[in-house]
Design a protein around this ligand. Sequence first.
Ligand SMILES: *Cc1c(COP(=O)(O)O)cnc(C)c1O
Length: 491
Amino acid sequence: MNNELAETGRLAELLGSIGQGLDQFLKFEHLDAQHPSKQWHSLLKQPLPIQGVGVNQVTKLINEQIIPNGSPVPNPGFSSFITTGAVTSSTLATTAANIASPQRYLGTAFNFVEELSLNWLAEMLGVPNLKGVYSSGGSVANLIALGGARQSAFEAIGIDPSANGIDRKVSIYASAECHHTIQRSAGVLGLGRQSVKLIDCDNKQRMKVSSLVNAIESDIKNGVMPMAIVANAGTTNTGAIDPLKAIGELAKQYDIWFHVDGAYGLPGILDQRLAELYQGLELADSVIVDPHKWLGASVGVAATFVKDRDFLLRAFTQEPADYLEGSVEQDDSPNSKMEHSLDDFGIPYFDFGVELSAPCRGIVVWAMIQEIGVQGLRQRIFRHNDMARDIAVAAKNHPNLELLDEPTLSICCFRYVDDRIDDLNLFNQRLHRRLVRENQYMPSTTKINEQLAIRPCYIGARHEREQANQLVQAVLTIGNDLINQLDGNNG
Ligand SMILES: *Cc1c(COP(=O)(O)O)cnc(C)c1O
C-alpha cells in the first residue's frame, strides 16, 4: 500500500542507493544517452500515473533509466562551454539543505553559513570589502549588480528608478566579448538592450580603453547618462581579462559604476602567476562569480558582491506584505535576544535580489571550501590553467596544429592545419564533430577573427592533467585520418 504521507526514516537507505547509481555513472562506462541502441525514450514515455508506484520503484527508475542516460557534462573528457558536474561535497550540502532548510531565511545555521560563505568567497577572491548575495547563476547575478548600478546612477539625480521608473537614456559600456546576459539585464531593467554600447577589443580580446573613453565622451556630449562600465574578468569565449585597473580608474574619474563580470574567471585570481591581471578589482562597485563554474558547485549557485547592499535593498525590495510583517519579531534593538529561529528572518537576502523562495546556496560554497580549503582550490585552478598551457605548447610545436590565442586562463583555442586543406573552418568543424562522437574528448568550438577554433575549457574538478595531451593526440589522429580521406578522394 502506498502511503500519501511523505516517506520518512529511510533516507539513508534510499540516498545510499542513488549514491551507488551515481558512483557507477561517474565511471562513464555507459553509452551516451543518444546512442542508437538506447531504449529509454520508449520506457519512460508513460501515461500520467493515476496510481503511484512508490518510492522504491521511483528510486529504481532513477537508477536504471534516468542516471545512466544523464549528461556528458560531468565526464572528465568534457571541456565544452563553461559547465561541469558538481563535486561530492556540493551534492551532500544541497541534499542536506533540501530537507533541513528549504529556505535561506530565518535564524538558522543555514542562514548564518550563507553570510559566512559569502564573506569567505569575497576574501578568497580578492574583494574582501564587498558584501554578497547568492542567486541562481551569472545571468541573475549580473541583473542584480546592474540593478544596483541603475539605483545608484538615478538616485544621484534625485530619482528612485525602482519605485518610479526612469526618465532618460542611459549607457552601459561592455566589451564586444561580453556575455549576452548583460544586454538581457539591460532589457529586464527597462533600460533597453540597445543601451549596452559594445566597445571594441584589441587582438587579445580585451576592451580597448581608448574606445571606451570615446564612447563615454560622445554620450556625455549627446545627453546620454553613463550608468555602468562592465569589465570581464575572464570572457566566456577565450578567457580574456579586460584591463581592470585602467577601466576602474576611468570609472572613478567619470563617477560611473564599475562592474566586473567574473562569472567564469574570478577564481583565476588564486593562480598567483596571474595576480597582476586582477589588479584594479579593488575599484569595483560590483563583482560577480559563478561558484557553479570553476569552483565545482551544483548548478544554481552564483554570487553578486557590492560595496553597499543598501543599493540592492532599495532596487529590489518588495512592498511589505501582511502575512510576513507580523510573523517574526521586529525588534531591532541591540539587546533583543533571538530565542527561536522564527524570531527573525535573518539577513534579508530576499530583498537584495529577485528571488523570494530560494534554496540555501551558502552551504554548498561553505562545504566546498571546508573540504579542500583555499589551498586545494588554488591547486585545482593551477592544474586547469596548466592544461590550457600544455595544449598551447603542443599547438606551437606541432606542424599540423596552430595556436589561435595564447591562453589567459583555462581555455585554449587552436586548430588543425595542413597545406592540403582548402577550407580550414569546414575541416576543423568536421574534425570537431568526429571528436565529440567518437571520443570522450568533448571541447566546444569558437571563432577567433573568423577562424574556427577547437576550444577546450578546463574547469572540472575531475579533469586530470594528462587529458590535455590526450585531446591533442585525438585531434591529430582524426585530423590525419580526414586528410587521408581527402587524398583518397582526390586521387
Ligand atoms: C556563464 C557566464 C555568464 C552567465 O552565467 P549563468 O550561470 O550561465 O547564468 C555570465 N557571464 C559570463 C562571463 C559567463 O561566463
